[in-house]
Design a protein around this ligand. Structure first.
Ligand SMILES: C[S@@+](CC[C@H](N)C(=O)[O-])C[C@H]1O[C@@H](n2cnc3c(N)ncnc32)[C@H](O)[C@@H]1O
Length: 309
């Protein structure tokens, strides 16, 4: 079952920061959002939280919740899984590795990015396929969550990965996962808004986040200045809109994958080196079932759009 059977969640009336070590080993982390804080524990800590809140000035305990960790993770029991030769294994599980497989150890805590969501899997698959034909050295992971994509990029060969998240708990969780995989020299996890980092030089940008954020980033020229661009978290209509707008940006669509109504696009800037062009000439790339030519994808996406409510 792992370290998290049940989650004990305490909502506080203000955004606070909790120094490490205040609550001991059962404390998973503090999630700040919209003027509130949520403290997550793996065991009940009613008295300690009340006492602690009382010492924080005007902070009060608003509500308490208990839920199964499985329910928090949308009903998924976290188990090792494979995407191509990437093997993602929860830190408390064991997995048998075959030759040439690449291990990613992960303790997602309560942060997005277990790898079970179709958007994360789509990005892992896109990453795998890019590294079969090219070797992007500098990678920007915008909205890193647990750090899963940043870690995958580093393990596939990126020399430097900068992983960004505006959620402090995500940053903390991603940093722990980077350490768990011994990648401190390759992966830097930074707190901040995607918009502030998109101008940084990179060969590849990974963006699996809300469409509103992606939409705003796409209005910035720098977003499309990367050799490779992987975008996920899209519905059909949104993916279709992006594909239609590409001509203006010197950007080519290389791949479109769909899983459970979520679309992941792999794009390449035609004016930046030849990496993406080699995609067309690839020989030894395993063709995945979801693979369609981009023309087929566009048709497929348009057809779906027509049926879209
Ligand atoms: C859908 S999760 C993706 C996590 C992980 N990259 C994956 O593929 O599983 C999106 C993450 O983006 C972060 N995020 C949302 N808006 C952001 C923004 N404007 N700047 C930076 N991070 C953002 C969220 O906190 C969340 O951790």
């Amino acid at each position: 079952m792992g370290p998290y059977g049940k989650l004990f969640i305490y909502e506080l009336s203000d955004e606070i920061s909790v120094r490490g070590g205040v609550f001991g080993p059962d404390f998973i982390g503090c999630w700040n959002e919209a003027g509130s804080s949520f403290l997550f524990f793996s065991r009940r800590h009613d008295k300690e939280v009340k006492r602690w809140a009382a010492n924080q000035g005007s902070v009060t305990l608003v509500s308490r919740h208990v839920m199964n960790y499985r329910d928090w993770q949308a009903g998924d029991d976290l188990k090792p899984f494979r995407v191509e030769k990437l093997v993602v294994c929860p830190s408390w599980e064991q997995v048998e590795m075959a030759d040439e497989e690449i291990l990613i150890r992960l303790d997602p805590g309560v942060v997005f990015g277990t790898g079970f969501h179709p958007t994360t899997r789509g990005c892992l698959k896109a990453l795998w396929r890019i590294y079969q034909v090219d070797s992007p050295q500098i990678v920007l992971d915008i909205g890193t969550g647990t750090g899963i994509l940043a870690i995958a990029a580093a393990k596939l060969g990126a020399l430097k990965v900068v992983a960004i998240d505006l959620n402090e708990l995500a940053v903390e969780t991603a940093r722990k996962n980077v350490m768990l995989n011994g990648l401190e020299n390759q992966v830097q996890v930074k707190w901040g808004e995607a918009e502030a980092f998109i101008g940084k030089k990179a060969d590849l940008v990974l963006a699996n986040l809300h469409f509103q954020v992606i939409d705003a980033l796409m209005k910035r020229e720098e977003f499309f200045s990367k050799r490779w661009i992987v975008v996920s978290g899209l519905f059909h209509g949104q993916a279709s809109g992006i594909l239609e707008s590409l001509e203006k940006q010197h950007v080519k669509a290389h791949d479109s994958m769909e899983d459970n109504r979520w679309v992941t696009l792999t794009l390449g800037n035609k004016s930046v080196e030849e990496g993406p062009e080699r995609w067309q000439r690839r020989k030894a790339i395993p063709i995945v079932r979801e693979k369609r030519s981009i023309e087929q994808s566009q048709d497929h996406i348009k057809n779906r759009k027509e049926n879209w409510p």
